[in-house]
Structures are given as C-alpha cells and as structure tokens.
Design a protein around this ligand. Structure first.
Ligand SMILES: Cc1cc2nc3c(=O)[nH]c(=O)nc-3n(C[C@H](O)[C@H](O)[C@H](O)COP(=O)(O)OP(=O)(O)OC[C@H]3O[C@@H](n4cnc5c(N)ncnc54)[C@H](O)[C@@H]3O)c2cc1C
Ligand code: SF4
Ligand code: SF4
Length: 436
C-alpha cells in the first residue's frame, strides 16, 4: 500500500477550506490499487449534505451520470434519523438524498440483490457497503446468488453501528433528551455525538459500553473495520484535523475503484488531496487499536463457550424460547431454503426441537460473517450470532479460511437456494423497482 503519487499534471482547487493541497487528477493519470487520497464533492450542496464532504455521494452520482452503472443502491433516512432505508436509484438527481451516515442503520444489504434485483444479472449497480455488507455479498456471490462482476462496491469503514432502539434509549437515559428532538447524530474520535437545538453533546463510546449501551454485540467483535474487499474503502479515520467533516479518506482497493476516482476527479465531480505520512499512520493506528479491542471482546465472549459441553448446554438453554419465525434464516447471507425439509423439521411444533437450531447452525458452520442480523431480528433475543460466530471462528481457524473476505470457497458450508436463480425478473423491470 502506498500513498498516491500524482502522476503528471495536477491542478489546484481550493473550494474546501483547509485543503491547501487540493488537487485534480488529470485524465489519463493512473490511480491504482493501494493509493490513498482525501476526496470531497465539488458540488457545494453534496459537500454540505455529506457526512465527510460528500465524496461518496459525488462518486455515485458521477457513476450513474456517466453510465458506469445503471443504478445505485444506497441507504437514506426514512421517518427519522433512527430509520435507515435501502433505496435503489436510477435518476442521478436523486442520489443526494442518500448523503450522510446513519449510525443506527443496522441493515444488511447483501441479500437484497438476490431478493429484489435479480442477482444483478444484466444490471450494473454501485452499492455503498459497510464491512458486513461486503462480506455478505461475497458469501452470496459464492453461492451464485449475485453477479459480483456487475457490482461496484463503495466501502464504508465502520467502527460499529447502534441498534435504533438502543440509540433512542441511550439518548433518553444518558443524555436526558427526547430522541425526537435530536437534529443529528454522529460518531467521531470514539465519541457518540448528538446535536440538539444547534448544540453538540458527546459521550465516549467505551463509557457508554461500560454502562451497557452502545454498539451491537457483533460490531464489538467485528474486525472488518476497513472493507478492503470493496473497490474503495472510505472513512473519516486519517483525515487531518482541518478537514474533519470536509473530506473523506479513500483507500483504493481495486483497479476499478481507482478508475472511478480518476475519472470523477478529472471530470470535476470530486476534489482530491494527498494525505501525508502522519495521517496515513494515524489511520492505521486507529484501525489496529479497534481491531485489538474486537479481539479482546471476542475472547471474553467466546472463552466461556470453548468446551463443547458448555457450548451445547448454552445452545439448548438459549434457544429454548424460539418461536420458529424464520427471521434468522431469511436474513442470513450464507443461508437459504427456508422451506427445505431440513428447515421445516417438525412443522407446526413450537418451540422447535434443538435439531432446528443445530441444522441451521450447521449450514453456515464455517461461513458465518458475524453480521449480527440473526440476533438483531430475533424476536426472542436469542444470541444466534454469538453462537454462530463462536462455532465459525473455530472452524475458520481450523481450515485457515476467512468467510466474507474474498471469493475463496468455504470447505464445507456452501449451499444455494435452488429456486432463486432461474426466477430472476428481467433487468428492465428492475429499473422500475424502488426499495422504499
Ligand atoms: C454505521 C457507520 C459507521 C461508520 N464508522 C466509521 C468509522 O469508525 N471510521 C471511519 O473512518 N469511517 C466510518 N464511517 C464512514 C464515515 O462516516 C463516512 O461515511 C465516510 O467518511 C464517507 O463520507 P462521505 O461524506 O464521502 O459520505 P456521504 O457522501 O455522506 O455518503 C454516505 C453514504 O453512506 C451510506 N450510508 C449511510 N448510512 C449507512 C448505513 N448505516 N449502512 C450502509 N450505508 C450507509 C449512504 O447511503 C451514502 O451513500 C461510518 C459510516 C457508517 C454508516
Ligand atoms: S429469529 Fe429467533 S425466534 Fe425466529 S426462528 Fe430464529 S431463533 Fe427462532
Ligand atoms: S449466522 Fe447470523 S451472524 Fe452469521 S452470517 Fe448468518 S445472519 Fe450473520
């Protein structure tokens, strides 16, 4: 990995205050995998609405305008700032509505391609994705559920998200504020910030978590903080102080990602700057620190489950309240076939026998990516993700395999929904489809 060496002529742009080194990459220069740049939207409106200068929104808009993709899959605010909604956009004028980060947006986008978008067959889509979304998309692609060649993945660094109900509770109980009056929430430098009546207040995330609030349990264990499986990995870590909120730090993770940055810059859609060595090091330190914390968290949670008897007892006790709603099966990016005979073991019997749980766990045994969805959506609060990830972590260590990192195939738990692939609607119908 290296920082971007401006290859050839560069022009100065100065619309972002503090970006003394703002530059435009000239057409024909090459931005390659491993390059790192600061980037921001040159359109002032996108810059203002964006979380860190709106580069992602500008890149998405550019990709749509130029016909690089047919559609954009992003996330936008719904009823309020605790309501994150996936949206498929084909009109470049509408991309702006997705600008900004929703930290209470605990969606997983990976299964939407197969479920609603014909597996992206015949449809080129730019999708904005956190680490878990990218990993889930690889797992789907391995199972033939999405054509990953048709996806342009704009990765978001992610230190973790907060479940919407938890965020509301935290705002009431920690800040003593009505969640409905919060104008903005954000996470910066390890603190959770809210803005109320134009005033910003913040609490350190470790302090929140010591008090039982904060990020989802799976996010605390997650080590995919910088999604390098995507074409670009964007985030605020490593952005120098003067540019905080004004620019995003982009790591180029593929030639396709480099090409997008280069073309968007040459066309004047984004401004770019070169981060200095100190900023690159600061970003790396931040990533290492949070990954180390995830390791510690994982150890603390998994150690009590190490013995097979203890783990079995834990599974039996914890899964006992299951109402067999199938939410955990529906949402899992590595699991299919809700109506298969193994999934409908003992139809009608609630709670289901332990076989139901052992079967679904077995089906994702080495493919769980720790996205947390099976736990988040479980109406009975069963710690599915903890159980699954503990099993998968052992198997992945045994096989030297890391689920979700790339397209390498798992050793055992690979299954595909036999019904899905042939029933994909044609691409032209999909362009009419909006996930609202
Ligand atoms: C939950 C979350 C946690 C983050 N944590 C970190 C971190 O720890 N370190 C770091 O360096 N950066 C983090 N980021 C990224 C950072 O907040 C900015 O998104 C990034 O710097 C890009 O800024 P921008 O102005 O270019 O993006 P914008 O132009 O504002 O575009 C933001 C894009 O993010 C998408 N988006 C918003 N919320 C979600 C969501 N919940 N899930 C999926 N997509 C979403 C929108 O659809 C939009 O396309 C996080 C982002 C999110 C959503
Ligand atoms: S989501 Fe929870 S209640 Fe529903 S089937 Fe899965 S484990 Fe059972
Ligand atoms: S088992 Fe749960 S945590 Fe693991 S990939 Fe499936 S939904 Fe995500």
């Amino acid at each position: 990995m290296g920082e971007l060496k401006m290859r050839g002529k560069v022009e100065m742009v100065a619309e972002v205050e503090g970006a003394g080194k703002g530059e435009v990459i000239d057409k024909g220069e090459v931005v390659v995998k491993g390059d790192m740049v600061y980037a921001w939207a040159r359109d002032p409106s996108l810059r203002k609405r964006g979380e860190s200068g709106g580069a992602i929104t500008a890149l998405l808009k550019f990709a749509l305008e130029e016909g690089i993709v047919d559609a954009v899959l992003g996330v936008r605010r719904g009823l309020d700032l605790y309501d994150a909604r996936p949206v498929l956009i084909t009109d470049p004028g509408e991309v702006e509505e997705t600008a900004g980060s929703i930290h209470g947006g605990t969606l997983l986008l990976s299964k939407l391609f197969a479920k609603y978008l014909g597996g992206a067959e015949g449809l080129k889509i730019a999708a904005v994705m956190k680490g878990c979304d990218v990993m889930g998309t690889f797992e789907q692609a391995k199972r033939g559920m999405v054509n990953i060649d048709n996806l342009l993945l704009i990765g978001l660094n992610c230190g973790g998200s907060i479940a919407p109900a938890m965020m509301r509770r935290m705002i009431i109980e920690v800040f003593g504020v009505d969640p409905g009056t919060v104008e903005k929430e954000t996470i910066h430098k390890g603190r959770f910030h809210i803005t109320v009546g134009g005033e910003r207040r913040a609490v350190r995330i470790p302090e929140l978590e010591e008090r039982g609030y904060g990020r989802r349990e799976n996010c605390k264990r997650c080590k995919m903080k910088v999604p390098r499986g995507a074409d670009l990995a964007c985030g605020n870590w490593g952005v120098k102080e003067e540019l905080v909120g004004e620019a995003t730090f982009v790591e180029v993770c593929s030639e396709r990602g480099g090409d997008l940055v280069e073309r968007a810059s040459a066309a004047g859609a984004i401004g770019v700057g070169v981060p200095d060595g100190a900023c690159i090091k600061a970003r790396k330190r931040r990533e290492d620190m949070i990954v180390n914390l995830s390791d510690e968290e994982e150890k603390e949670e998994f150690d009590p489950l190490k013995g097979s008897r203890d783990r079995m007892r834990f599974i039996i006790e914890e899964t006992a309240p299951c109402i067999k709603c199938y939410a955990c099966v529906e949402v899992c990016p590595a699991l299919f076939n809700t109506t298969g005979p193994y999934m409908t073991a003992f139809p009608g019997i609630v709670p289901p026998g332990i076989e139901f749980h052992l079967t679904r766990y077995a089906h994702v045994a080495d493919s769980c990516i720790n996205c947390g969805q099976c736990e988040e959506l479980c109406p009975m609060d069963i710690p599915n993700s903890l159980i699954m990830h503990a099993i998968a972590a052992d198997l992945q260590e045994l096989y030297g395999y890391k689920a979700g990192e790339d397209m390498s195939r798992p050793k055992m738990a690979l299954m595909k929904d036999p019904k899905s692939a042939p029933t994909s609607p044609p691409a032209e119908d999909l362009l009419q489809l909006r996930l609202r």
